[in-house]
Design a protein around this ligand. Sequence first.
Ligand SMILES: NC(=O)c1ccc[n+]([C@@H]2O[C@H](COP(=O)([O-])OP(=O)(O)OC[C@H]3O[C@@H](n4cnc5c(N)ncnc54)[C@H](O)[C@@H]3O)[C@@H](O)[C@H]2O)c1
Length: 438
Amino acid sequence: MRIAMIGSGYVGLVSGACLADFGHEVVCIDKDPAKIAALNEGRMPIYEPGLDALVAENVRQKRLAFSTDLKPAVAGAQAVFIAVGTPSRRGDGFADLSYVYAAARAIAEALTGYAVVVTKSTVPVGTGDEVERILREARPDLDIGVASNPEFLREGAAIGDFKRPDRIVIGAEDARAAAVMQEVYRPLYLNQAPILFTGRRTAELTKYAANAFLATKITFINEIADLCEQVGANVQEVARGIGLDNRIGGKFLHAGPGYGGSCFPKDTLALVKTAQDYGTPVRIVETVVAVNDQRKRAMARKVIAACGGSVRGKRVALLGLTFKPNTDDMRDAPSLSIIAGLQDAGARIVAYDPEGMEQARPLLQGVDYAEDAYACAEGADALVIVTEWNAFRALDLARLKAMMATPVLVDLRNVYAPDEARRHGLRHVGVGALASRD
Ligand SMILES: NC(=O)c1ccc[n+]([C@@H]2O[C@H](COP(=O)([O-])OP(=O)(O)OC[C@H]3O[C@@H](n4cnc5c(N)ncnc54)[C@H](O)[C@@H]3O)[C@@H](O)[C@H]2O)c1
């Protein structure tokens, strides 16, 4: 099949490369010339494990190409995916759909025959209807299918998620569009990946419901963690105790600094707005949004408390800046609020992240960057693990203790057992357990 992918960011690039790997002929389009130039020179504009090799192989096989020129890629394509950003709109928090609609207008001009236009971007219920209206108004001469195919991949594990998905959701309003989508995913169908065919609005809402549920699960365990700290219980054991129940499941029950990233914050907010517009507020999700917002800054207060109540003039070292490991994505990362909270309280911040420092630089002021975890900890009054990169899982704790000015480890991801840290002379402050006393 010939496929055009409009938007070559985390989702468009990974989806395009994987669809090419299935055997389709894919052109990934982006309006950012620097991104396309990098891709054409074999450089990845984002960090995603395995992506460079997958892209290189499919470019070599001539199944994958990159361009800023949408027209020739869309002309003659059987499926045109829209994978542009849908960030929160400034002011009201509703999803900003201007990129989606701009892409739809550009696609309309470029179509030459029947094609299915597929929204892969996360879009509020009814966006597919508007995309269809734009296309039909611009091209009354053409028969066009409009489908919704939300993406569930996780950054950091994106290729595996795309190739071995838990499920594929396809929202289509007619059999012809559904048949084209079935053909797109036929290689996965043969692998028995469950494909759910639904109405378009159902598919759109399924994506928001999934993200809101996962955000709720994280927020739930975070609040239980706070309660654990007050009552002398251990949240990791509580999580295991409930997670072993199949009805609950153990995933997304890791207490931490609050969810961040390019999806959960904006998608929970957009769902809240949609539900309010339809007069059926989703109160649980409204609460999740509010609780999570407060939590990030509360983590700065936790660090301040661990430092004896003040960080003024103190050197606080942060390990991990990205919102999760194995990505360079800094969008809505908890580290941003934590650093702001600590700087407001007078701390000097030094930070290290294996992949995220380049993206972090323009977002942060007055932060020193270290070359590795140990250089970061040198002379620090507290070491804070914000993101659980593998590189931070087996640090030499005795060495850290020897090099820090004050041996305080604030472990916001519960990477280390408190006893182990204490054995090496570090005071351990985790999430959802009593802090070690010495
Ligand atoms: N990142 C994730 O993990 C993830 C997972 C599932 C779904 N999603 C959803 O997928 C969508 C894309 O997310 P992302 O993280 O890939 O965003 P991104 O910002 O990394 O990429 C979007 C790309 O689209 C390009 N673009 C915008 N308008 C364009 C146009 N008219 N023509 C050509 N290119 C255009 C931008 O230049 C950018 O490179 C969002 O709706 C997001 O919610 C993201």
